[in-house]
Ligand binder design. Structure first.
Ligand SMILES: O=C(O)CCC(=O)C(=O)O
Length: 367
């Protein structure tokens, strides 16, 4: 049952739940139905059509549409949500990323994943951290290493690095009603205290894999999608057809060959036992309802087995002292998800910008 947010921020009890479970919510929407629908229809216009180029990134991307449509900021910069975030992470906050999760009818799950705050692109086999926390009083080289993706994978869950404070928080908002067969959000309460093993698997078996052929019906469409890198989110497929005699294959044969090429690359898969999964909670949500969770809690979503489209968006917020896209400082602009972030900006949601190395702009005055 959704609850109302309190404009004074999270109560002591809610902060305790966040600490114990790694998430709080659901909270009822803070924007009107019309505002939510208007944003949803704009975003659907982009995500339905993977041919769309993101104005900032030059290719299809589910990320950072708030930098294109400032009205999206209304979801997090509204006093109710902002005061909740401030009660977790203090006054000085930036929004550094948003991500749209679109599930057409009859599409698969988003696998369990947790992130220790670095967003390194491990999902698609890369290792390039997007964030470096600089505000933690006890931070030193050894602690920092805990955040950076290790090349040695764990074999069983390990106690997470001991952090008294949360430094990267997600606000996840349902942009359509999401009933139980429509790909509901799933969370494993308390899992933020453990770091689960991650295995690198063939991309089609990895956590974020979505059937790339759902909206492709012909060989021409497939060739175009490969060449334009619109097949698999964030994966460069422009060379996948290199060396293939495309004209010699039927559509089905070409599909099989593309799939096997993709299977030769890797993506991450978080390893859970059935016993772990037994503690899972799932959340049907009404349009506009939102959750607040730590990236460290295991989360994902179930398959959309319904005939309806399902849309959600998340916003990732961190203290303004966190260094975002550290590689930018050495003139490198391509992140772990193969996106050129040279036009990316953080948005200062509240307080002061504490990191002069970041590219951070103020909230637009319309708010
Ligand atoms: O909404 C979804 O399908 C998954 C959400 C998710 O994984 C996230 O917000 O990180």
């Amino acid at each position: 049952m959704s609850q109302h947010s309190n404009s004074a921020g999270l109560s002591k009890g809610e902060l305790q739940s966040l600490d114990d479970d790694g998430y709080v919510g659901p909270y009822v929407r803070v924007l009107s139905q019309d505002q939510v629908s208007s944003v949803a229809s704009k975003l659907l216009g982009h995500v339905r059509n993977k041919g769309d180029r993101h104005p900032l990134y030059g290719r299809y991307s589910a990320r950072d549409w708030h930098l294109v449509y400032p009205e999206l900021l209304d979801f997090v910069a509204t006093p109710a949500v902002l005061s909740q975030l401030k009660s977790i992470m203090g006054e000085d906050l930036i929004l550094w990323r948003s991500h749209v999760f679109y599930k057409p009818p009859k599409t698969g799950p988003v696998g369990w994943h947790q992130d220790f705050g670095t967003f390194s692109g491990e999902d698609i086999g890369n290792n390039k951290p997007s964030l470096v926390p600089t505000h933690l009083p006890h931070i030193d080289e050894d602690v920092l290493k805990e955040y950076l993706p290790s090349t040695t994978r764990l074999t069983s869950p390990e106690t997470a690095p001991d952090l008294s404070d949360f430094w990267d928080i997600t606000v996840w908002i349902a942009l359509t009603d999401i009933e139980k067969d429509m790909g509901v959000l799933k969370i494993l309460p308390g899992s933020h205290r453990l770091r689960y093993p991650v295995r690198m698997d063939p991309l089609p078996d990895s956590d974020f894999w979505q059937d790339p052929f759902v909206r492709i019906h012909s060989k021409d469409q497939l060739v175009k999608a490969c060449n334009d890198s619109q097949l698999v989110l964030d994966v460069d497929t422009s060379r996948v057809l290199d060396g293939m005699r495309v004209e010699a294959f039927s559509y089905e044969e070409l599909k099989a060959r593309v799939l096997s090429k993709l299977a030769a690359t890797q993506g991450s898969r978080t390893v859970l036992t059935e016993t772990d999964e037994a503690g899972m909670v799932t959340f049907p949500a009404a349009k506009g309802d939102y959750f607040i969770f730590s990236e460290r809690v295991l989360h994902g979503s179930l398959a959309n087995t319904s005939d309806c489209e399902r849309l959600a968006i998340n916003f990732r917020v961190t203290p303004s002292s966190t260094l975002v896209y550290p590689f930018r400082t050495r003139g490198d602009f391509v992140d772990g998800f193969n996106l050129n972030v040279s036009q990316h900006e953080n948005v200062l949601l509240s307080g002061r910008n504490l990191n002069p190395l970041n590219v951070t702009r103020s909230l637009p005055t319309r708010l």
